[in-house]
Design a binder for this molecule. Structure first.
Ligand SMILES: Nc1nc2c(c(=O)[nH]1)N[C@H]1C(S)=C(S)[C@@H](COP(=O)(O)OP(=O)(O)OC[C@H]3O[C@@H](n4cnc5c(=O)[nH]c(N)nc54)[C@H](O)[C@@H]3O)O[C@H]1N2
Ligand SMILES: Nc1nc2c(c(=O)[nH]1)N[C@H]1C(S)=C(S)[C@@H](COP(=O)(O)OP(=O)(O)OC[C@H]3O[C@@H](n4cnc5c(=O)[nH]c(N)nc54)[C@H](O)[C@@H]3O)O[C@H]1N2
Ligand code: SF4
Ligand SMILES: [Mo]
Length: 866
């Protein structure tokens, strides 16, 4: 039997049809994706095994029963409240919790413990958008819908690598563009990315040049005419001051040429139907909130908002980033888009909850929260569904800070993560496919996640774990829910109880939803004031949420350029991994796209650092360092580096890249500036490099050791600064092999060592070591593991005869490699469709199509993994 559910990764919120045997298909009826899925969604079936799962509660590393774990957690929290007050407790939660989980966590902290020290990883993700929306609209409202992207004549993607991070939206835009060739796409990003390939114009902006760019646009709009005077005079305050401030900015501070600016301004001003999509290149900045308002100003001035095909569109990252904002998951918000600072709001929520208390002031935001941990102010911490020891800036400092907290609880689905490793108590949560609830996507659409797998071991859904702890703390009936439907009903009833405040978020129409209706709930966009009317756009006719009903344009100044030493470190995502890789890292197919952490560096900088392609770069800041594979490319500008955020201590011996990212935040939103670290960089002096393929997990060894799953087991890329004195001993440490036959080939003059291990006639592990980066076919070595291949073949390092090395995987679904594609290009393929026909690449989920397009460009433009 198959089940309709929702993908647990990005904020597109695609509908998925899943079967217990792991078969995954796109849901043709879901309005987010109409049947499409990207590579991560398609590979969900490969990530639901129980390998590495946390299946029982643990205290101090030992399995215990639930009763002992819940009692300990509740009593330690209650003791901390009694001895040090409510603010000595902190929850750090996640946009990957379901709405029901999030609602009860927030209710417990804000209404019962009586503190607002609950913040979420959305602080690292959406906080600047929330702040910008609230300043402009009086509410945290995303006005548009996905259809606007298809109806627009111009789409501007600012700080968004949509092709890799919201692939199904990217595909929807690509399809609309090929159906309507007049549609244009502009990409604003200091880096050339897979998304740039869809764009008619890539504006390779200076880091944080966005305000200069959009202030210049506003000044242009004011001077050249497309101001919507009727809209502004009826619905908008602050026009004159915003324009005056914009006129003080120099658009050239964006780093763009006068020609590019003129082209972009003419395009934007001259196109009524324009959508400006923005993401982390905007939010994750020390001036992120101001960037958001600089963009919103242009849409408000032209009245291009809330009508089909136009509007600002902040795309959310996590599957329930939007839901978390609705339930008040951030330390400075209350449930239902109500405000902590507003006494009437507080009273109404407290009255509805009939709670003994309610927080009266905003709590600690993520960076401050972990700072308070470091300072000993937090006596008990509960981390749920997020991995801050890897994903927070200054990750090493955060890990140390968690170590300072006398009592740390982590709810996760995995036993080992960088954060789980620091916990006193681990609570096993039900994962995707095992639990029920709702999520809200980027276009405000609420969809059900439904269970389709048996619940393994002792795991419980997060909402239930939170309620168990709350009950044990003595908050009894307020947490006596017997199902996620019951939690959802209360949440919707809260929405009904506070309609007098007239907030944008309204799901009062669901207050009486029955269990059966909840079970069969079809995706619906809020507002849902009653069951018959749902969805739509906001603000076409004004109706903003400031007390006077008008929007506010804000005077925004561009940040002062400051000269700094070293390299600017930009960070972000790759197509086939999700965050800290606890789930996507299980799929060999996804791992094959990019199997190790890397850093994009401009070829001139690489030359100056004397680092060759595939050598290692050591980046350093604040006494911490990270080792990454060098990828010289002019996709980044001189002086800039780009590294993906995904690799953690579990997968790279040198630890997460966030160890070297600073904790600078946006003063308005508290969101960290994760895209603009300052680091020094040098070549890592490796005495040797190695590559290992094995049937079994790798034990990390050496300064650099990046491990990944393969179709036949595991692989590791290794390097160390100390000489390789005993290759065999090193091989045994890495592979943990015992018994069997070992064959070693040594070329002492060239410093080459090759080792193969066979057990009962089957190849179990191979290792290749060399003084420089190891040049053997990874695909060949991996393919031989578990086969009866001869030692000479295994140690030859490349395929014999006609079998050619496919190269790094580009198409994860069909397993097509870069070399396969290059060969097809060499044989005459000149279009994406021809490449697909020749190799099979791109025929399933289509997420690699931007990379296929890149391969058809001149060599230096290719975006695929090299
Ligand atoms: N494959 C994959 N998809 C994901 C995720 C994942 O882990 N993997 N995570 C999800 C989550 S939670 C999120 S938040 C989203 C993030 O989605 P995106 O925001 O699209 O992804 P990022 O790679 O973080 O950053 C986007 C771009 O911002 C650019 N940038 C850096 N500095 C600036 C600047 O000053 N100005 C401008 N204009 N651009 C700049 C970077 O070069 C980068 O290409 O992705 C979601 N989707
Ligand atoms: N340098 C840099 N750092 C960044 C970013 C960046 O662009 N650059 N982006 C930031 C952004 S936007 C985000 S959103 C964060 C994301 O960072 P994190 O939230 O830390 O990353 P995840 O790997 O998604 O962590 C989710 C954790 O929850 C666990 N989990 C999965 N399902 C469940 C469940 O159902 N219940 C429970 N209890 N646990 C579960 C997973 O195993 C995993 O350990 O990273 C931020 N950090
Ligand atoms: S675009 Fe991909 S990752 Fe995002 S929801 Fe859809 S299938 Fe999942
Ligand atoms: Mo995010």
């Amino acid at each position: 039997m198959s089940t309709c559910t929702t993908c647990p990764y990005c904020g597109v919120g695609c509908g998925v049809i899943a079967s217990p045997d792991g078969t995954i298909k796109g849901d043709p009826d879901h309005p987010a994706n109409y049947g499409r899925l990207c590579s991560k969604g398609s590979a969900l079936g490969e990530t639901i095994d129980l390998d590495g799962r946390l299946l029982a509660p643990r205290i101090g590393g030992k399995d215990v029963d639930w009763d002992s774990a819940i009692k300990l957690v509740a009593h330690r929290f209650s003791d901390a409240i009694r001895d040090h007050g409510p603010d000595s407790i902190a929850f750090y939660v996640s946009g990957q919790l379901l709405t029901e989980d999030y609602y009860v966590a927030n209710k417990l902290m804000k209404g019962y413990i009586g503190s607002a020290n609950i913040d979420t990883n959305s602080r690292l993700c959406m906080a600047s958008s929330v702040a910008g929306h609230k300043r402009a609209f009086g509410s945290d409202t995303v006005p548009g819908t996905y259809e606007d992207l298809e109806e627009a004549d111009l789409i501007v993607l600012v700080g968004s690598n949509l092709a890799w991070c919201h692939p199904v939206l990217h595909q929807r835009i690509a399809a609309a563009k090929s159906a309507r060739p007049g549609m244009r796409v502009v990409n604003v990003d200091p880096r050339r990315t897979a998304t740039s390939q869809l764009a008619d114009l890539h504006l390779q902006i200076a880091p944080d040049g966005d305000i200069a760019l959009f202030n210049g646009l506003l000044a242009h709009i004011a001077a050249e005419g497309p101001v919507n005077k009727a809209y502004v005079s009826t619905h908008v305050n602050g026009f004159a001051a915003a324009v005056a401030a914009a006129e003080c900015s120099n658009p050239r501070d964006s780093g763009l040429s006068a020609e590019s600016l003129a082209q972009f301004y003419a395009m934007w001003a001259g196109t009524e139907k324009v959508v400006t999509v923005y993401s982390q290149g905007v939010n994750q900045s020390a001036c992120g909130s101001d960037k958001v308002n600089a963009i919103l100003n242009c849409h408000l001035a032209t009245g291009r908002i809330g009508r089909p095909g136009m509007g600002p569109f902040s795309v959310t990252g996590q599957p329930n980033a939007m839901g978390g904002r609705e339930v008040g998951g951030l330390a400075n918000m209350l449930a239902n888009h109500l405000d902590i600072e507003n006494a009437e709001h507080r009273d109404a929520v407290q009255a509805f909850w009939r709670s003994p208390t309610i927080c009266t002031a905003p709590g600690l935001k993520a960076v401050d929260l972990f700072q308070a941990c470091a300072e000993g102010k937090i006596k008990a911490l509960w981390v749920m569904s997020t991995n801050p020891a890897a994903s927070m800036p200054d990750a090493a400092g955060v890990a140390e800070a968690i170590g300072h907290v006398p009592f740390t609880v982590v709810s996760d689905i995995m036993v080992r993560t960088d954060t789980c490793d620091l916990a006193d108590v681990l609570l096993p949560a039900a994962g995707w496919g095992e639990k029920n609830g709702t999520v809200t996507n980027s276009e405000r659409r609420i969809s059900r996640q439904r269970a389709f797998l048996p619940v393994p071991g002792m795991v419980r859904p997060d909402w239930q774990i939170i309620c168990d702890v709350a009950r044990e703390m003595g908050y009894g009936t307020a947490f006596d829910f017997d199902s996620p439907a019951a939690v959802f009903r209360e949440y919707a009833a809260l929405s009904a109880a506070v309609t007098q405040f007239g907030r944008d978020f309204d799901i009062s129409g669901l207050a009486d939803i029955s269990d059966a209706d909840y079970a069969s709930f079809a995706p619906a966009q809020w507002p849902i004031p009653n069951q018959k009317s749902a969805g739509g756009r906001f603000f076409e006719d004004g109706g903003f949420y400031h007390p006077d009903g008008r929007a506010r344009m804000l005077p925004i100044s561009a940040p002062l350029a400051h000269v700094a030493n070293g390299f600017q470190l930009n960070t972000g995502r790759i197509r086939d991994q999700w965050h800290t890789m606890t789930r996507t890292g299980k799929s060999a197919r996804l791992g094959a796209h990019m199997a190790e952490p890397y850093v994009e560096v401009h070829p001139d900088d690489a030359k100056n650092l004397e680092v060759g392609a595939t050598e290692l770069i050591e980046i350093e800041a604040g006494g911490h360092r990270s080792l990454l594979r060098a990828l010289p490319t002019d996709r980044v500008s001189k002086g800039a580096l780009f590294a993906p955020m995904h690799w953690t201590r579990q997968r790279n011996a040198s630890g997460p890249v966030n160890a070297v990212v600073h904790t600078r935040v946006d003063p308005v939103s508290g969101q960290p500036a994760l895209k603009s670290g300052r680091v020094s960089a040098r070549k890592f002096d490796a005495a040797w490099y190695g590559f290992v393929a094995t049937a079994h997990p790798v034990r990390q060894y050496g300064a650099y050791c990046a491990v990944a799953r393969t179709v036949t087991g595991w692989q590791a890329e290794v390097a160390d600064g100390r000489p390789l004195n005993d290759a065999l001993a090193t091989f045994k440490v890495l592979t943990s092999v015992q018994g069997g036959e070992i064959s070693e080939m040594n070329d002492r003059t060239a410093g080459l060592v090759r080792i193969a291990h066979r057990v009962e006639g089957k190849l179990n592990a191979v290792m290749f070591c060399a003084p420089g980066p190891v040049a053997v076919s990874r695909a060949h070595a991996i393919a031989l593991i578990g086969t009866d291949a001869q030692v000479t073949d295994a140690l030859s390092g490349r395929a014999r005869g006609a079998a050619l090395d496919p190269g790094a995987t580009v198409c994860a679904c069909m397993g097509v490699g870069l070399n396969d594609l290059r060969r097809a290009v060499a044989l005459g393929a000149t279009s994406i469709d021809a490449l697909s026909a020749a190799t099979g690449a791109g025929i399933n989920c289509g997420a690699c199509r931007p990379e296929l397009a890149g391969l058809l460009l001149p060599a230096t433009d290719a975006i695929a993994a090299e």
